[in-house]
Design a protein around this ligand. Structure first.
Ligand code: PLP
Length: 378
């Protein structure tokens, strides 16, 4: 089995799985309970909060655990807007956001907000000036991603945030850091965002756990009401087994991040070199994209056909983002990719364990697929 769909989700690392099991079967208390079993569970949550905070270089109190980045993004956007009803009616975002940002913004658009969607330049990169110029006195929220999940494009978040923080000190700034978290440094003392979303299952923790960084002094309204857990911003008994697993995965990515980055870089370079010798393959990801993602097209061969051909050989890739299942990628279209490349796009994404032999196995089957479907290639 060759799994090259790590942007969709990753295999849980062994320490995370063991931690999860231990909490489920031994340390199963409710963190809100006053007895020893509750305190034990609370300590697990506190330890994980500290680990997440060590990655962002923030106070642990700034970390709110959620069910994943979809919830974090909704809490940031809907909760942020809710607390600023009189501050303005414009939201600035990009045209290549994940559905959890785009659909939340579209919902607010229906409620009467103006949503400005900044577009990338041909080639896939963004110009920070386009974001800076899109924000004005009426803008209440800037919400955008750190690294795009389909092409791997790294947005110029540091420059955008620095410039807009100075120009509009009251602007609420939210960064969807899911695809960049622990892959690129994200020190909040340097990158002064108000809200930062991150997710566990993209970095070797289980699905169903994520977090939102909320800067000290920044007020947002909850979107879930109940027992006032997580500083009342996310009521509901914390998912302690998943939080314990998240803690292990975060520590692994924090401590071994450089080694993992080398692996992603190796895989990316190796495939780029191989594709140079395959004229049927076009590379969609810009050269400066995050190395853990490589988006390619085989124009003339629809994504699904190649995807299922690869699948027959136990090789797993994606046609776009996992959430746009079956549908043609609106994001790749927004990136200005020609129709035939959008229709035939394949996203390859690597994990800490992806090895050269697996890449060779993938290349071999891809070549077979190209030979097989060559008749339909222009
Ligand atoms: N934002 C981006 C950029 C993503 O790639 C994803 C992953 O699907 C999400 C948000 C949603 O994360 P989750 O699956 O944790 O809800």
């Amino acid at each position: 089995e060759i799994y090259l769909d790590n942007c969709a989700t990753t295999k849980v690392c062994i320490d995370a799985a063991n931690a999860c099991m231990k909490v489920m079967t031994e340390q199963y208390g409710n963190p809100s309970s006053l007895h020893k079993k509750g305190v034990e569970a609370e300590n697990i949550v506190t330890a994980a909060r500290k680990t997440a905070a060590s990655i962002l270089n923030c106070d642990p109190d700034c970390i709110i655990f959620t069910s994943g980045a979809t919830e974090s993004n909704n809490l940031a956007i809907l909760g942020g807007i809710s607390a600023r009803k009189r501050d303005g009616k414009t939201i600035v975002t990009s045209s290549v956001e994940h559905a959890s940002v785009e659909h939340a913004a579209a919902y607010l658009e229906k409620q009467g907000y103006t949503v400005k969607r900044v577009e990338p330049k041909p080639g896939g990169n963004f110009d920070e000036a386009d974001f800076i110029n899109a924000v004005d006195e009426d803008t209440v929220l800037l919400t955008f991603m750190m690294v795009n999940n389909e092409l791997g494009t790294v947005l110029p978040y540091e420059k955008i945030i620095r410039a807009l923080r100075q120009k509009f000190p009251k602007l609420l700034i939210h960064l969807d850091a899911v695809q960049g978290f622990t892959k690129f440094p994200l020190n909040v003392r340097k990158i002064d965002a108000d809200l930062i979303s991150f997710s566990g299952h993209k970095l070797y923790a289980p699905k169903g756990i994520g977090g939102l960084y909320v800067k000290k002094g920044v007020r947002i309204e909850p979107i879930i009401y109940g027992g006032s857990q997580e500083r009342s911003l996310r009521s509901g008994t914390q998912a302690v087994p998943l939080i314990a697993a998240f803690d292990e995965a975060l520590k692994l990515c924090r401590d071994e991040g450089e080694k993992f980055a080398e692996t992603y870089r190796f895989c990316n370079d190796y495939l780029r070199k191989a594709f140079q010798k395959m004229p049927e393959v076009v590379i969609n990801s810009p050269a400066n994209a995050s190395p853990h993602v490589l988006n390619i097209s085989v124009p003339g061969v629809p994504s699904e056909i190649m995807l299922h051909f690869l699948e027959q050989h136990d090789i797993f890739v994606s046609s776009g983002s996992a959430c746009s299942k079956g549908a043609k990628s609106v994001v790749l279209k927004a990136y200005g990719l020609p129709e035939d490349r959008v229709k035939s796009a394949l996203r390859l994404s690597f994990s800490k364990d992806t090895a050269k032999e697996q890449l060779d196995g993938f290349l071999d089957v891809l070549e077979q697929g190209i030979r097989r479907f060559k008749a339909v290639i222009r």
